[in-house]
Write a protein that binds this ligand. Structure first.
Ligand code: BGC
Length: 758
């Protein structure tokens, strides 16, 4: 239990430089160092993110060695599909309780990196291709964990979107996508949920290691977002202790080496200002102090209660992709052929540092036998072996089982060797043996349901031919029973795709620029990650972002959109459950400005709500679009700017199932750029003070020349367009324009004077 008996922590002047340096790296793999005479305790941290991985014996950061049993909740790829931050918060609370029982002060998660490419080996650990969804879900987890007096570690900060060369590669990203996509989710979690710590990633960002990136760790994280916690390194991310500390990295993990001496030497030689060391030490002490506030939670863990929560969350994570002819839920009394080794030997989490030793493990086959098996026949055929053996005979056995039953439920997916931390996938295909099995079963029994187990999206070339498809991700330790809950209708599915299922790998946004070469990966698709890309290009997808069916149906009223006094948008819509069973609808709000001076996606998710509605009933759902989420990052002024003008606000059941739309006028932020000789005529015309003056002069010139062969310089649409991008200073050098250098100088002076007096 948490030991609260140590002496009060004294101030930094009691510590030698050696002692201070020692507080900025771990004691070993999972703990920090204590300084007894100063009352500074050691704290323990463990992985994360969807369960506790506390190692008592041999330690490693790749999940190789055993850890104490803990509840394995659904990994982020599944949890993201619930679109429900409150559920994430409840799981966070459970993670906090398990940490407190095990005397763990800090849990290393959540991970909220964007899914730039479906090939990223760690996509199962991340929430979504959308930053607002990732941020909202991450904030829910952090709130829950920290409500128990246990710290969270938001990771991997930032732009860690691939495993290939992950410790060196430079993610080369333009400022707009960096701010608007890759940092936006982190910003939301930091501002909304105030995580105790942020974990910096392994990779470089625009050439600079995250662990040495002062812009990232200090200017943005602390300066722009107000983060006041501690930055910890990913395990082994630090290449140079002195450079890292100076950039804003406080704690190097794991510890155990002698690199503290590098800091001592740098302070002694004057290369490192001791004040910088003091700042990091103060943060390390602050973390230890916060950890002392953890409640004493007596074990043992209530395994049943947490397993039940894991089951609820797993069922809520399942996405019903297709359900033709109402094949699901399975009809009572129908005989079921359960096919596929995954039904008996579930794949329920990914490989690597997030690998949890579960307290219990449900498999779908047992759950089928316990539920469906009471009233009807359940038969099982493995259909394939993980080692590929006996493919033909296993297939024949499965076909016979499918033939003899009313419905065949076929479990397909990726094996653990195909996706894990540490390497990326090379394709998005299911194993050929699984596809062949499905074809054979389909031929014999058209009433076939496919259940998918995998962490990152796979291509579904059979989507048109199979009547029912259930996306069951990696669902954690209760995934087997949760899957059967959904198949039998004990739970009405409500998960929604947090990432697009593309038709083929070559359609995906990062195709051709993933994973880069010679240490650089260029994010050529820019802002257009996930659905933003497919929508921009009007491309077909297999299933769109936000898609997911229910056993019920929901009807939307027309949305009402208004502006609140703080500038946020309020969206109200009435949703009616027109089906025969209670269910949850995930109402999604997508927004786009009607006109923009910068590139914009056709629509972006800005708010969502998962609402439970009884059969035949309706709910008025109110959603808030934060004004700050309307902003783009303006690279001219290095600031978030909300453009003024009309915005289209779409309300839908998915990004491609929009049920109604409204428009709203938004007051814009003023961006007044300093004028110079390089300002274009277009910019001058758009300037609030000098614009109207120049416009009047040009109109006058047009009037004077009207009727002549050579009409005025601004007459003719094409001429106007050409001039719009003409630098004003150069106009003065142009013969026949009638503009002098002095006039331009006066204009600039006038514009800039007005600007400063604003
Ligand atoms: C992973 C982190 C993890 C750490 C400690 C690293 O390899 O990237 O996510 O928290 O190891 O196990």
């Amino acid at each position: 239990m948490n030991d609260q008996s140590h002496t009060p922590i004294s101030d930094l002047s009691d510590l030698s430089v050696d002692e201070k340096a020692s507080l900025t790296s771990g004691a070993d793999f999972w703990t920090t160092k204590a300084i007894d005479h100063a009352g500074i305790p050691s704290i323990m941290m463990t992985d994360g993110p969807h369960g506790l991985r506390k190692q008592q014996g041999d330690s490693d950061h790749l999940g190789l060695n055993a850890s104490v049993p803990a509840t394995c909740f659904p990994p982020a790829a599944a949890l993201g599909s619930t679109f429900d931050p409150d559920l994430a918060e409840r799981i966070g609370v459970a993670l906090g309780i398990e940490s407190a029982i095990e005397d763990v002060a800090l849990i290393l998660g959540p991970g909220i990196n964007l899914k730039r490419s479906p090939l990223c080996g760690r996509n199962f650990e991340y929430m979504s291709e959308d930053p607002i969804l990732s941020g909202a879900m991450g904030a829910g987890l952090v709130r829950g964990i920290q409500s128990q007096g246990v710290g969270a570690s938001l990771k991997h900060f930032a732009a860690n979107n691939q495993e290939h060369d992950r410790m060196r590669v430079s993610a080369d990203i333009d400022l707009r996508p960096l701010r608007e996509m890759y940092l936006r989710g982190f910003e939301r979690v930091v501002k909304d949920a105030r995580p105790w710590t942020v974990m910096c990633s392994y990779n470089r960002i625009n050439g600079v290691l995250a662990s040495e990136n002062a812009w990232l760790l200090t200017d943005v994280l602390r300066g722009d977002w107000g983060f006041d916690g501690l930055v910890v390194s990913d395990w082994g991310a630090v290449a140079d202790r002195v450079r890292s500390l100076a950039a804003g990295l406080d704690l190097t993990m794991p510890g155990g080496g002698d690199s503290d001496q590098e800091l001592v030497a740098a302070v002694t030689s004057g290369d490192l200002d001791e004040a910088i060391l003091d700042t990091a030490v103060a943060r390390a002490i602050d973390l230890a102090v916060k950890a002392q506030g953890r409640a004493n939670v007596e074990g043992p863990l209530n395994v049943d209660a947490h397993h039940a929560l894991a089951r609820e969350a797993a069922a809520r994570s399942i996405v019903l992709l297709k359900n033709e002819g109402g094949l699901l839920p399975l009809k009572p009394g129908a005989s079921v052929a359960v096919i596929g080794e995954f039904a008996r030997t579930p794949r329920f989490q990914g490989g690597g540092s997030s690998h949890i030793n579960p307290t219990r493990l449900d498999c779908a086959l047992d759950a089928f036998q316990e539920t469906v098996g009471r009233a009807s026949r359940v038969s099982f055929a493995p259909g394939y072996a993980f080692d590929g053996a006996n493919a033909k005979s296993l297939r024949a056995e499965a076909v016979a089982a499918a033939q003899a039953c009313d419905v065949a439920v076929v479990f397909l997916g990726l094996s653990s060797s195909e996706e894990s931390e540490g390497f990326d996938r090379e394709h998005i295909d299911l194993p050929p043996s699984h596809l062949e099995l499905l074809d054979a079963v389909l031929e014999t029994n058209p009433n076939t349901v496919v259940v998918l187990s995998h962490g990152a999206v796979v291509a579904l070339p059979f989507a048109d031919r199979v009547p029912a498809i259930v996306e069951a991700w990696l669902l954690g330790q209760a995934g087997g029973s949760a899957t059967v809950d959904v198949l039998t209708g004990a739970v009405n599915p409500s998960g929604r795709l947090a990432e697009t299922i593309p038709v083929r790998l070559s359609d995906t946004p990062a195709f051709g620029s993933f994973p880069g070469d010679f240490g650089h990966v260029r994010y050529g698709e820019g802002l257009f990650v996930g659905y933003r890309w497919y929508d921009l290009r009007g491309m077909d997808v297999t299933f769109p972002f936000g898609h997911g069916l229910s056993y019920s149906t929901f009807e939307y009223g027309s949305p009402d959109v208004s502006t609140a006094s703080n500038g946020d948008l309020r969206v109200r819509v009435t949703v009616r459950n027109t089906g025969g069973v209670a269910g949850r609808e995930v109402v999604q709000v997508y927004v786009a400005p009607q006109q923009s001076v910068v590139e914009r996606a056709p629509r972006e998710l800005k708010a969502f709500a998962s609402v439970e509605i009884p059969a035949g009933d309706s709910r008025e759902v109110e959603l808030t679009v934060r004004r700050e989420d309307l902003a783009y990052w303006d690279t001219r002024v290095n600031q978030w700017i909300v453009e003024g003008g009309g915005y289209t606000v779409e309300v839908g059941a998915s990004s491609r199932d929009i049920r109604g739309a409204g428009t709203v006028e938004v007051e814009g932020d003023e961006v007044v750029m300093p004028l110079s000789f390089d300002s274009s005529v277009g910019e001058i015309l758009a300037h609030p003070i000098v614009g109207p003056i120049v416009q009047a002069q040009l109109t006058g010139m047009n009037d004077m020349t009207a009727g002549s062969e050579e009409s005025g310089i601004m007459s003719g649409e094409n001429m106007a367009k050409m001039l719009a991008s003409f630098p004003i200073g150069r106009l003065a050098n142009f013969p026949g324009m009638g503009v002098t250098k002095e006039q331009v100088e006066q204009l600039i002076a006038l514009g800039n004077a007005q600007q400063t007096s604003h």
